[in-house]
Write a protein that binds this ligand. Structure first.
Ligand SMILES: Cc1cc2nc3c(=O)[nH]c(=O)nc-3n(C[C@H](O)[C@H](O)[C@H](O)COP(=O)(O)OP(=O)(O)OC[C@H]3O[C@@H](n4cnc5c(N)ncnc54)[C@H](O)[C@@H]3O)c2cc1C
Length: 313
């Protein structure tokens, strides 16, 4: 078992997959570590068609992931699935998995993506599948004739309000501020849908229901609490970068995204980051795959330079 590969790639979404494949193509040994039971990352939960990746279309994210898996078969690198990385150290580089396996690679590529932001309220995890929806598009049938609350004010919240309004009796969008970040055309369509209402400047303070979701309590600027009863809840309040492994090690921006240069290099030598975890401006499959390739190429160049230098030592 190789414990000193050239590169350890953490995360098996489009960025990590691309990085690992490029490492092999550049004759670098690579180990890819993915927490999930299969690679694909966010692709595995995308229900919309993928039509914006150059030259390749898919009916949904799972089909796109299947294309990537097929393509990946030709690249020989160790894949560790169902394995979470819990620690990265610098100088010397060390990567440790939750199971205690340690690697001392020449470079690390962090490609851990983003996770959906949570409200942090009791019931939020427990009632998923019991009235709290995972996906508006994927579970739209469940909304037939029901009252759905959607929390959030960005594209995802309003797009889901539009999707669910076609099936639900009533959709209530609860948003913490007065202004919406969502595209004006989404908002316009939602406002004219007839069964979508907006409650703004209200914070959700609790999720009600013991074994099944029953409603939420919201508080406004005057401090008064109001209960809203509903059958279903969808929470779409944005994403947070999975950058904890680099916290205190490399530079992060105020939102926790990893700061990288044009080579996907972080502020610490031989630690690279690519994909959504280092890119809040244009989080797409194309950019993730591109940044993965960039990181692998930059590492290959650095290691070749090092070898050349050593010859003269
Ligand atoms: C609903 C939705 C629709 C979208 N539609 C499109 C679209 O049409 N076109 C488009 O281009 N993009 C789309 N995207 C965005 C696209 O999916 C992302 O930009 C892309 O998946 C980012 O890839 P990534 O590899 O950076 O991260 P991710 O896909 O998030 O993968 C990160 C991986 O890292 C793993 N991981 C995290 N922490 C650890 C750890 N400590 N140890 C081991 N593994 C870890 C995770 O399990 C995950 O598999 C969509 C996203 C969503 C949510």
């Amino acid at each position: 078992m190789e414990t000193n590969p050239d590169v350890v790639v953490i995360g098996g979404g489009p960025a990590g997959i691309s990085a690992a494949a490029w490492c092999v193509d550049l004759e670098l040994s690579a180990v890819l570590i993915e927490e999930g039971e299969t690679t694909g990352g966010q692709l595995l939960s995308i229900n919309n068609p993928i039509v914006n990746y150059a030259g390749l279309e898919a009916a949904d994210g799972r089909e796109f992931a299947a294309f990537l898996h097929k393509w990946l078969e030709q690249f020989a690198f160790r894949r560790m699935l169902g394995t979470r990385v819990e620690l990265i150290e610098a100088e010397p580089l060390l990567v440790r998995t939750e199971a205690g396996e340690e690697f001392r690679p020449s470079a690390v590529i962090l490609a851990t993506g983003v996770s959906r932001r949570k409200l942090g309220l009791p019931g939020e995890d427990e009632l998923v599948g019991e009235g709290i929806l995972r996906s508006g598009a994927g579970e739209r049938e469940e909304a037939k004739g029901k009252h759905v609350i959607i929390i959030g004010g960005g594209d995802a919240a309003i797009e889901n309000a539009l999707i669910l309004s076609e099936h639900a009796k009533r959709v209530t969008v609860v948003h913490r501020s007065r202004d919406f970040r969502a595209r004006p055309e989404f908002l316009e369509r939602a406002k004219t849908a007839g069964n979508v209402e907006f409650i703004t400047e209200r914070y959700v303070t609790s999720i009600r229901g013991e074994d099944r979701f029953e409603g939420v309590d919201v508080v406004g600027p005057d401090g008064a609490s109001v209960s809203i009863e509903a059958d279903l809840l969808l929470i779409r309040i944005g994403f947070r970068p999975n950058s904890e492994l680099l916290r205190g090690l490399t530079e992060l921006d105020v939102s926790g995204y990893v700061k990288v240069d044009a080579n996907s290099a972080t502020s610490v030598p031989m630690i690279y980051a690519c994909g959504d975890v280092a890119n809040h401006i244009s989080p797409t499959i194309s950019t993730a795959a591109g940044m993965g390739a960039t990181a692998a190429k930059a590492i290959a160049a650095r290691l070749a330079e090092r070898k050349k230098f050593r010859k003269f030592e």
